[in-house]
Design a protein around this ligand. Structure first.
Ligand code: GLA
Length: 337
């Protein structure tokens, strides 16, 4: 039902959305300086992950002499208006991490209508058949492998601390509507199970929203349901999914010694590592926002400028474990500090 309403709303907007400048970070008109212009739309502009992608996309634009228009597109209406806006400004293509993957068909239709090249980053579109739209060019992290890595690190740290399995449980801070998120938490669970950890002590905490309040609320429910647990392992699709759950454990009196939270992104946990005392947020897998931001932007740029179509799918496999000790060095290595 929700899908039908969304699709109808998207189709309606497709017909009606006027070109306007209200969502743009620049108001520049078409061909203002003869440079190629490319858009970069993100679903959560407040998240450091996306700010970092933008930073590297901008660097690529500056180094290669093209214009970048950064747009925070937090819902379907804003996405479709932003595409109109880009077309009106004379942009030739855009990169997008959509706020709702089910908007995929409407976004593709609108991009085609406006003759804009399109590459998705992070979150892959879902078609009307409910399947990933593999025809749309995409760059993302390698979700199952990196999730698996997080699960292995959880178990290694649990063993190091000498926790008894009988006193320990896993809180999976999940968001299964999003394929990349589901694959990450599925991967983490697979690694935990492969270590021999009992399946019945892995508890799912489905997040309603992909932000800190969403993971906080979901984890609180999970903690209330399992007051017998003495030590918690926490996995999630990104840093915020784990940070919210860690905050929930703190609210129930668990200290850093009884919680092992390992995030993914590595961009959204710097203030956590800067705290004077350790917290239950033990570490994170630092991805490559530099590649996500710059490579996707350059794909669109080369496609527009040289007619070179990018590969249909690109997966960035590397992830580096960071914690309170090494995070600054690792972020520096990637030019993020
Ligand atoms: C999703 C998440 C982001 C980040 C990216 C990485 O979009 O919402 O926080 O993890 O994936 O690809």
């Amino acid at each position: 039902m929700k899908t039908v309403i969304l699709r109808c709303a998207a189709a309606f907007l497709l017909l009606l959305t006027p070109a306007c400048d209200k969502n743009s970070s620049t108001g520049a008109g078409q061909g203002n300086n003869g440079k190629i212009k490319i858009g970069f739309l993100v679903k959560q502009p407040e998240e450091p992950w996306f700010q970092t992608e933008w930073k590297f996309a901008q660097k690529a634009a500056d180094e290669n002499g093209f214009d970048l228009v950064k747009i925070g597109a937090t819902d379907g209406e804003k996405v479709l208006a932003a595409i109109d806006n880009l077309a009106a400004q004379g942009a030739k293509g855009f990169v997008i991490c959509t706020p709702d993957v089910r908007l995929g068909p409407a976004i593709v239709a609108k991009a085609q209508q406006a003759d804009l090249k399109l590459v998705t980053v992070d979150d892959q579109f879902i078609g009307a058949d409910g399947k990933l739209m593999k025809d749309v060019h995409h760059l993302g992290m390698s979700p199952r492998d990196i999730g698996y890595q997080a699960g292995e690190l959880e178990i290694a740290e649990m063993k190091k601390r000498g926790w008894a399995v009988a006193d320990t449980a896993v809180c999976v801070s999940s968001f299964e509507e999003l394929d990349t998120a589901k694959q990450r938490t599925d991967g983490a669970q697979a690694a935990i199970l492969a270590s021999g950890f009992p399946k019945e002590k892995i508890y799912n905490a489905p997040n309603k929203t992909t932000d800190l309040p969403g993971s906080f609320d979901a984890a609180n429910v999970c903690l209330t349901q399992h007051p017998e647990v003495k030590h918690w392992l926490i996995v999630g699709m990104n840093d915020n999914a784990v940070l919210g759950a860690v905050r929930a454990t703190e609210g129930r009196g668990f200290g850093a010694g009884d919680v092992i939270g390992i995030g993914i992104n590595g961009t959204d946990c710097q203030s956590e590592f800067e705290k004077s005392a350790p917290t239950g947020f033990f570490g994170s897998l630092l991805l490559s926002p530099n590649r996500h931001g710059a490579d996707t932007t350059m794909m669109v740029y080369h496609w527009v400028k040289d007619g070179v179509e990018p590969p249909k799918e690109t997966y960035v496999k590397s992830a580096t474990f960071i914690n309170r000790d090494n995070w600054k060095d690792e972020l520096k290595k990637q030019g993020m500090l």
